[in-house]
Design a protein around this ligand. Structure first.
Ligand code: NAD
Length: 318
């Protein structure tokens, strides 16, 4: 088996994807890479390389030297950051992907690309958003995600590249902090609940969005990359969800475990506008039918597990 390269590996997803891939395929078979160089478990447990995805030579050199056969391309600017820096977001999200695809074409690599519920827009049906539907996003993040889906389709059809992707919902995790997305509230709320017993949420109480616990998302990525290609009709952008809930519903669930927990709302107009342009709940039947997707974590189980992990960490710090 040729090696696996993960770009943007020190981010929220990469910090959990890399250890799972290393457990499964062997530490030396998985090369983590990022533009950040700080010491972390991800970097220590196996090969780590500095790779800036807007520089094609850096990608190509690592792919050649490690004989990479699969690239999980995670490097990107997230929704709120992309809105603040649209030019950089275009350069990194599109320029990075284009260069990764070119290197993959030259060296015959498979490519995984995470798309997002941000690839939809205000004219998309909000409830039960179909797999194939209107995609006219109004954010720079969303525009780069739709373009990325199309570019991956193009490389698959035109050059026979094995590109695969998921439209991920908001991800909740306790290992690495989120990188500036619109659903970051759903991670912050746990930290604030444990430390202060209170959270000031930057989205309105009734903002319903699709969400998923990180272990489900990591398993989905690996299952998709191992799926029988003959069955994949929507190979580059499968709708994927576990549950769809509001900040108020999440706060209620946390309140079952932390007595006296309170929430209020200090709405950030920029992130609220992004959230308002996204679907309330997406339909992931294509993923279930084409490669057997099945979420394992619901809101109650995820909340319990998040609090257990974060409590353990807080105790260890004191
Ligand atoms: N986290 C979520 O909720 C979520 C949801 C849907 C889709 N996604 C997508 O998943 C991917 C990874 O998300 P994440 O949450 O881990 O993001 P993150 O912001 O936590 O991590 C991204 C990583 O990319 C790195 N990076 C930035 N510019 C780079 C460059 N030019 N070259 C190489 N690395 C660079 C950053 O240093 C960072 O470590 C992104 O494409 C994102 O759009 C994330």
């Amino acid at each position: 088996m040729r090696r696996i390269l993960v770009t943007g590996a020190l981010g929220q997803i990469g910090s959990e994807l890399v250890p799972v891939l290393r457990d499964r395929y062997g530490a030396d078979r998985v090369v983590a890479s990022d533009v950040r160089m700080h010491a972390s478990a991800t970097a220590d447990d196996g090969p780590f390389e500095y790779v800036d995805c807007v520089h094609i030579r850096q990608i190509a050199e690592v792919v050649r030297r490690y004989e990479v056969g699969t690239i999980y391309h995670l490097a990107a600017l997230l929704s709120a950051v992309a809105e603040a820096k649209p030019r950089v977001a275009w350069d990194v999200n599109m320029g990075g992907l284009y260069r990764v695809l070119e290197v993959a074409r030259e060296y015959g690599c498979a490519v995984f690309l995470p798309s997002s519920i941000g690839a939809f827009g205000p004219s998309t049906p909000r409830e039960g958003t179909p797999q194939d539907t209107i995609q006219r996003p109004t954010t720079m993040y969303g525009i780069t995600k739709v373009s990325a889906e199309l570019l991956c389709d193009y490389y698959a059809q035109r050059f026979g590249l094995d590109t695969r992707g998921l439209r991920l919902p908001g991800l909740i995790s306790h290992v690495a902090p989120p990188g500036g997305g619109t659903t970051d509230y759903a991670v912050e709320i746990f930290h604030h609940a444990l430390r202060y017993g209170h959270y000031a949420c930057f989205l309105r109480a009734d903002t319903r969005l699709d969400m998923m616990y990180m272990p489900d998302a990591i398993r989905a990525m690996i299952e998709l990359m191992n799926a029988d290609p003959q069955r994949l009709v929507h190979r580059n952008a499968f709708n994927l969800t576990a549950e769809s809930f509001t900040p108020a519903r999440l706060a209620e669930e946390i309140g079952r475990h932390i007595e006296g927990f309170t929430i209020d709302y200090e709405v950030d107009p920029l992130r609220q506008a992004i959230a308002d342009s996204w679907p309330d709940s997406i339909d992931d039947r294509a993923a279930r039918e084409e490669w057997g997707w099945q979420p394992e974590w619901d809101l109650a189980a995820m909340t319990r597990d998040m609090l257990d992990h974060l409590r353990g960490r807080l105790k260890a710090q004191h």
